[in-house]
Design a binder for this molecule. Structure first.
Ligand code: FE
Length: 227
Protein backbone atom coordinates (compact mmCIF):
# COMPACT_ATOMS: atom_id res chain seq x y z
CA UNK A 1 0.00 0.00 0.00
CA UNK A 2 1.12 3.54 -0.67
CA UNK A 3 0.15 5.95 2.09
CA UNK A 4 1.23 9.58 2.35
CA UNK A 5 0.19 12.03 5.03
CA UNK A 6 0.72 15.57 3.75
CA UNK A 7 0.53 18.72 5.84
CA UNK A 8 -0.66 22.21 4.93
CA UNK A 9 1.24 24.59 7.20
CA UNK A 10 -1.15 27.53 6.74
CA UNK A 11 -4.29 25.74 7.96
CA UNK A 12 -2.60 22.81 9.78
CA UNK A 13 -4.65 20.47 7.57
CA UNK A 14 -3.70 16.87 6.91
CA UNK A 15 -4.30 15.53 3.41
CA UNK A 16 -3.99 11.82 2.69
CA UNK A 17 -2.92 10.14 -0.52
CA UNK A 18 -3.65 6.43 -0.66
CA UNK A 19 -3.22 3.66 -3.21
CA UNK A 20 -3.00 -0.10 -2.99
CA UNK A 21 -0.18 0.27 -5.49
CA UNK A 22 -1.49 -2.58 -7.63
CA UNK A 23 -3.29 -0.91 -10.50
CA UNK A 24 -1.75 2.51 -9.71
CA UNK A 25 -5.12 4.09 -8.88
CA UNK A 26 -5.06 6.60 -6.05
CA UNK A 27 -7.40 8.46 -3.74
CA UNK A 28 -6.89 11.78 -1.97
CA UNK A 29 -8.73 12.80 1.20
CA UNK A 30 -9.13 16.50 2.08
CA UNK A 31 -6.89 18.24 -0.47
CA UNK A 32 -5.99 21.91 0.06
CA UNK A 33 -6.21 24.13 -3.02
CA UNK A 34 -2.83 25.81 -2.53
CA UNK A 35 -1.09 22.41 -2.58
CA UNK A 36 -2.64 20.94 -5.72
CA UNK A 37 0.62 21.24 -7.69
CA UNK A 38 2.42 19.37 -4.95
CA UNK A 39 -0.14 16.54 -5.12
CA UNK A 40 0.16 16.36 -8.91
CA UNK A 41 3.97 16.13 -8.70
CA UNK A 42 3.72 13.43 -6.05
CA UNK A 43 1.25 11.43 -8.13
CA UNK A 44 3.61 11.65 -11.10
CA UNK A 45 6.61 10.72 -9.01
CA UNK A 46 4.80 7.65 -7.62
CA UNK A 47 3.36 6.80 -11.05
CA UNK A 48 -0.20 6.97 -9.73
CA UNK A 49 -3.45 7.98 -11.38
CA UNK A 50 -5.81 9.94 -9.18
CA UNK A 51 -9.31 8.46 -9.54
CA UNK A 52 -11.18 9.75 -6.51
CA UNK A 53 -11.04 12.70 -4.16
CA UNK A 54 -12.98 12.90 -0.90
CA UNK A 55 -13.79 15.84 1.32
CA UNK A 56 -14.77 14.78 4.85
CA UNK A 57 -16.97 17.88 5.21
CA UNK A 58 -17.36 21.48 4.02
CA UNK A 59 -14.30 23.10 5.55
CA UNK A 60 -14.28 26.56 7.12
CA UNK A 61 -10.55 27.11 7.44
CA UNK A 62 -9.22 26.31 3.98
CA UNK A 63 -10.42 25.89 0.41
CA UNK A 64 -10.64 22.36 -0.95
CA UNK A 65 -8.52 21.35 -3.94
CA UNK A 66 -11.21 18.91 -5.16
CA UNK A 67 -12.39 20.92 -8.17
CA UNK A 68 -8.91 21.75 -9.33
CA UNK A 69 -7.78 18.12 -9.01
CA UNK A 70 -10.83 17.06 -10.98
CA UNK A 71 -10.01 19.56 -13.75
CA UNK A 72 -6.46 18.26 -14.01
CA UNK A 73 -6.92 14.50 -13.50
CA UNK A 74 -10.64 13.89 -14.30
CA UNK A 75 -10.98 12.17 -10.92
CA UNK A 76 -14.43 11.80 -9.35
CA UNK A 77 -15.42 13.93 -6.38
CA UNK A 78 -16.94 12.30 -3.30
CA UNK A 79 -18.59 13.57 -0.16
CA UNK A 80 -21.12 12.21 2.29
CA UNK A 81 -24.80 12.27 1.35
CA UNK A 82 -25.52 15.15 3.75
CA UNK A 83 -23.26 17.61 1.94
CA UNK A 84 -24.75 20.89 0.75
CA UNK A 85 -22.29 20.79 -2.18
CA UNK A 86 -24.45 20.05 -5.20
CA UNK A 87 -21.51 19.62 -7.57
CA UNK A 88 -20.27 16.49 -5.80
CA UNK A 89 -20.54 13.56 -8.21
CA UNK A 90 -20.67 10.66 -5.75
CA UNK A 91 -22.54 11.14 -2.51
CA UNK A 92 -21.94 8.23 -0.18
CA UNK A 93 -24.30 7.17 2.56
CA UNK A 94 -23.52 5.95 6.03
CA UNK A 95 -21.95 2.49 5.85
CA UNK A 96 -21.49 2.61 2.09
CA UNK A 97 -18.18 1.44 0.62
CA UNK A 98 -15.94 3.32 -1.79
CA UNK A 99 -13.71 1.17 -3.99
CA UNK A 100 -10.32 2.29 -5.18
CA UNK A 101 -8.16 -0.33 -6.75
CA UNK A 102 -8.17 -3.19 -4.21
CA UNK A 103 -8.99 -0.90 -1.32
CA UNK A 104 -12.38 -0.66 0.32
CA UNK A 105 -13.17 2.47 2.26
CA UNK A 106 -16.25 2.56 4.47
CA UNK A 107 -18.10 5.85 4.90
CA UNK A 108 -19.33 6.61 8.41
CA UNK A 109 -21.75 9.46 8.99
CA UNK A 110 -20.36 11.32 12.00
CA UNK A 111 -22.19 14.66 12.29
CA UNK A 112 -21.46 17.15 15.03
CA UNK A 113 -18.51 19.29 13.95
CA UNK A 114 -20.71 20.08 10.94
CA UNK A 115 -23.98 18.48 9.88
CA UNK A 116 -22.26 16.99 6.82
CA UNK A 117 -19.20 15.46 8.52
CA UNK A 118 -18.20 11.93 7.53
CA UNK A 119 -15.32 9.76 8.67
CA UNK A 120 -13.78 7.10 6.46
CA UNK A 121 -12.48 3.72 7.55
CA UNK A 122 -9.96 1.77 5.48
CA UNK A 123 -8.98 -1.48 7.20
CA UNK A 124 -7.61 -0.24 10.53
CA UNK A 125 -7.06 3.36 9.38
CA UNK A 126 -9.78 5.80 10.39
CA UNK A 127 -9.80 9.22 8.72
CA UNK A 128 -11.77 11.30 11.15
CA UNK A 129 -11.84 14.71 9.45
CA UNK A 130 -12.59 17.09 12.32
CA UNK A 131 -14.89 14.72 14.20
CA UNK A 132 -12.08 13.36 16.35
CA UNK A 133 -8.73 15.12 16.63
CA UNK A 134 -5.68 13.99 18.60
CA UNK A 135 -6.30 15.22 22.16
CA UNK A 136 -9.30 17.17 20.92
CA UNK A 137 -12.53 17.13 18.96
CA UNK A 138 -13.87 19.41 16.24
CA UNK A 139 -15.63 22.56 17.37
CA UNK A 140 -19.40 22.57 16.96
CA UNK A 141 -20.26 26.25 16.91
CA UNK A 142 -20.91 26.87 13.18
CA UNK A 143 -22.07 25.19 9.95
CA UNK A 144 -24.96 23.46 11.74
CA UNK A 145 -22.52 22.07 14.26
CA UNK A 146 -24.16 20.33 17.20
CA UNK A 147 -22.38 19.10 20.29
CA UNK A 148 -25.09 16.51 21.03
CA UNK A 149 -24.66 14.93 17.60
CA UNK A 150 -20.89 15.14 18.05
CA UNK A 151 -21.18 13.23 21.33
CA UNK A 152 -23.25 10.54 19.61
CA UNK A 153 -20.87 10.29 16.67
CA UNK A 154 -17.95 9.95 19.04
CA UNK A 155 -19.29 7.74 21.81
CA UNK A 156 -21.81 5.66 19.88
CA UNK A 157 -19.87 5.22 16.68
CA UNK A 158 -16.19 6.08 16.43
CA UNK A 159 -15.11 5.00 19.90
CA UNK A 160 -16.84 1.64 19.37
CA UNK A 161 -14.25 0.73 16.76
CA UNK A 162 -11.43 -1.56 17.91
CA UNK A 163 -8.99 0.19 20.24
CA UNK A 164 -6.05 -0.52 17.92
CA UNK A 165 -7.67 1.38 15.03
CA UNK A 166 -5.36 4.19 13.88
CA UNK A 167 -6.80 7.69 14.03
CA UNK A 168 -5.72 10.01 11.22
CA UNK A 169 -7.25 13.45 11.88
CA UNK A 170 -8.07 16.28 9.49
CA UNK A 171 -5.89 18.70 11.45
CA UNK A 172 -3.29 18.85 14.12
CA UNK A 173 -1.92 22.03 15.65
CA UNK A 174 0.79 20.39 17.76
CA UNK A 175 2.75 18.28 15.30
CA UNK A 176 0.99 15.01 16.15
CA UNK A 177 0.35 12.77 13.18
CA UNK A 178 -1.48 9.67 14.30
CA UNK A 179 -3.11 8.17 17.33
CA UNK A 180 -5.33 5.18 18.09
CA UNK A 181 -8.89 4.83 19.33
CA UNK A 182 -7.55 3.27 22.56
CA UNK A 183 -5.17 6.17 23.24
CA UNK A 184 -7.83 8.79 22.55
CA UNK A 185 -10.36 7.04 24.76
CA UNK A 186 -7.87 7.07 27.58
CA UNK A 187 -6.15 10.43 27.25
CA UNK A 188 -8.19 12.81 25.04
CA UNK A 189 -9.43 15.39 27.60
CA UNK A 190 -12.71 15.95 25.69
CA UNK A 191 -13.56 12.28 25.95
CA UNK A 192 -13.20 12.01 29.71
CA UNK A 193 -16.85 12.94 30.29
CA UNK A 194 -19.53 10.94 32.06
CA UNK A 195 -22.57 12.22 30.18
CA UNK A 196 -23.76 13.96 27.04
CA UNK A 197 -24.59 17.04 29.12
CA UNK A 198 -21.03 17.25 30.37
CA UNK A 199 -19.75 17.12 26.77
CA UNK A 200 -22.24 19.77 25.63
CA UNK A 201 -21.14 21.95 28.51
CA UNK A 202 -17.45 21.71 27.54
CA UNK A 203 -18.25 22.48 23.91
CA UNK A 204 -20.42 25.51 24.79
CA UNK A 205 -17.63 27.08 26.79
CA UNK A 206 -14.72 26.95 24.36
CA UNK A 207 -15.02 30.62 23.35
CA UNK A 208 -13.04 30.16 20.14
CA UNK A 209 -12.66 32.90 17.60
CA UNK A 210 -14.03 32.23 14.12
CA UNK A 211 -11.59 30.96 11.47
CA UNK A 212 -10.26 33.69 9.19
CA UNK A 213 -12.19 33.95 5.94
CA UNK A 214 -14.81 31.44 7.06
CA UNK A 215 -17.54 32.95 4.86
CA UNK A 216 -15.52 32.92 1.66
CA UNK A 217 -13.99 29.50 2.40
CA UNK A 218 -17.41 27.92 3.01
CA UNK A 219 -18.99 29.49 -0.05
CA UNK A 220 -16.10 28.32 -2.24
CA UNK A 221 -16.12 24.85 -0.70
CA UNK A 222 -19.80 24.44 -1.49
CA UNK A 223 -18.60 24.75 -5.10
CA UNK A 224 -15.75 22.29 -4.33
CA UNK A 225 -13.22 25.08 -4.40
CA UNK A 226 -14.04 26.64 -7.77
CA UNK A 227 -14.46 30.40 -7.93
FE1 FE B 1 -13.60 21.48 9.81
Amino acid sequence: MIFKQLFDTKSSTYTYLISSGKSREALIIDPVIENVNEYISLLEELDLKLVKVIDTHIHADHVTGASELKNITKCSTIMGAHTPAELVEIKVKDDEYIDVDNLKIRALYTPGHTSDSYSFLMNNHLFTGDTLLINGTGRTDFQNGCSKSAYNSLFNKILKLPEETFVYPGHDYNGKKVSTIGTEKKFNPRLQVNSIDEYVDIMSNLNLSKPKMIESNVSRNIKLGSN
